[in-house]
Write a protein that binds this ligand. Structure first.
Ligand code: AOS
Ligand code: ZN
Ligand code: ZN
Length: 392
């Protein structure tokens, strides 16, 4: 496929509608268990995080929402935070609950055997629903660190039953038009078993709860070699893919920039999405980033991430699906594969630059942001106070 100088109209339409949600924690300091490095200009409160997230949107035109983590992003007046976001041309996206940082949750939260601990964890989620409403959000995202480290430590079955009961109570708290999304992860911080380890477990709980419960797929949460696009196709088929946590990884849950480690995997995933029209807003899939930027500039990294997804989506949209269907019907294995590869290898960057300029955006958002002086300005302004970090 030759390099197109302009995008076909329907591809341009789909890209113009497509949005990505950015995580508030991606703008704070992060690191590994060995070290968290500070960076001049790192936000000191949720307002400054939103201001930084707004830069990602201003330069890409495709990232109008920011997810919050509660209580990391706790403020006195959440409606004030919502208003501040609106002034920055941003909306508050998903509210992420947090039951993994308090001593009380050492042996579990929604799955804990101790009734008082479980009660506290359920109440925390109900409080998240209040935060959601105060910020104008409609989505609660649940990722649980629950699990065990040793065989026999606790009953796997009993924990599932307690989880189902706890989720039921949270689900009862939803109003119409709201939803919860349940994330799965096969290991970490628990290393023997995790209570929501895979898409099957998440889906079973969601099916038991009802239509307002859907699965979150974090691309870093699978065993190496897992065919993630298969999971995407299957969840979409059941109308239960609520959201994505995009990132990339080489080894475990690395939370690196999406499309950095394996751009072809991102392409395969987005092609499954495109085939079921799930990239369009009407499908209701929330495409989020869940990343940490330990070494690199955080805003630049977020801009790069949005661009990586946008470029890869453009390639997926360029697949000649008619020709593909024809090759598939004839069982022409190599022609079918070649059609996909043609789209994957197409250089969409010039066409995307033109597309952005038509929308009044910089042709190269990454370079434009670097040259804007924003980072130098906030580094000079944000003195005193404590920089916010993953976990604070
Ligand atoms: C944890 O591994 C999950 O990916 C969560 O979605 C997320 O990273 C966490 O809630 C953010 O701190
Ligand atoms: Zn995640
Ligand atoms: Zn993760």
């Amino acid at each position: 496929m030759p390099t197109p100088s302009a995008l076909p109209a329907e591809v341009a339409r789909d890209l113009a509608e497509f949005t990505i949600e950015v995580p508030s924690w991606g703008y704070g300091n992060s690191g590994t268990r060995f070290k968290v490095f500070g960076t001049p200009g790192t936000p000191r409160d949720p307002f400054e995080k939103i201001a930084d997230a707004a830069q990602t949107h201003a330069y890409t035109g495709s990232a109008p929402r920011v997810s919050l983590h509660y209580p990391w992003d706790k403020v006195e007046d959440f409606s004030g935070l919502r208003d501040y976001a609106a002034e920055q041309n941003m909306q508050i996206g998903m509210i992420n609950s947090n039951t993994f940082q308090d001593d009380e949750y050492k042996f579990g939260s929604l799955t804990a055997g101790d009734r008082t601990v479980r009660r506290r964890a359920i109440d925390h989620h109900l409080e998240c629903l209040d935060v959601m409403r105060a910020t104008g959000s409609t989505e609660l995202k649940i990722w649980l660190a629950d699990g065990t480290n040793y065989a026999g430590q606790d009953s796997i079955r009993a924990r599932q039953d307690r989880l189902a009961e706890s989720l039921q109570e949270i689900y009862q708290g939803l109003d119409e038009g709201e939803r919860i999304v349940l994330e799965y992860k096969f290991f970490e911080p628990a290393f023997y078993h995790t209570d929501v380890p895979d898409w099957g477990t998440s889906l079973l709980h969601c099916l038991a709860l009802g239509e307002q419960a859907q699965v979150v797929l974090d691309t870093g949460h699978h065993a190496p070699g897992t065919n993630i696009e298969f999971i995407v196709a299957q969840l979409l088929r059941q109308n239960r893919l609520g959201a994505f946590d995009f990132n990339s990884r080489n080894y475990a849950d690395d939370d690196l920039i999406v499309g950095a480690a394996d751009p072809f995997q991102l392409f395969r995933i987005l092609f499954e999405i495109v085939q079921q029209d799930a990239h369009r807003p009407a499908a209701g899939v929330n495409f989020m980033l869940d990343q940490c930027h330990n070494l690199e500039s955080k805003i630049q990294a977020q801009i790069r991430s949005v661009l990586n997804v946008q470029e890869t989506l453009a390639k997926a949209l360029l697949v000649d699906r008619e020709a593909l269907a024809d090759a598939q019907e004839r069982n022409d294995v190599l022609e079918a594969n070649g059609i996909l590869m043609d789209a994957f290898w197409t250089d969409v960057r010039p066409a995307l630059a033109a597309f952005r300029e038509e929308r009044g955006l910089p042709a190269d958002p990454f370079t434009a942001f670097r040259a804007s002086g924003y980072e130098e300005k906030v580094a000079a302004e944000r003195v005193g106070g404590n920089q916010m970090g993953w976990g604070a």
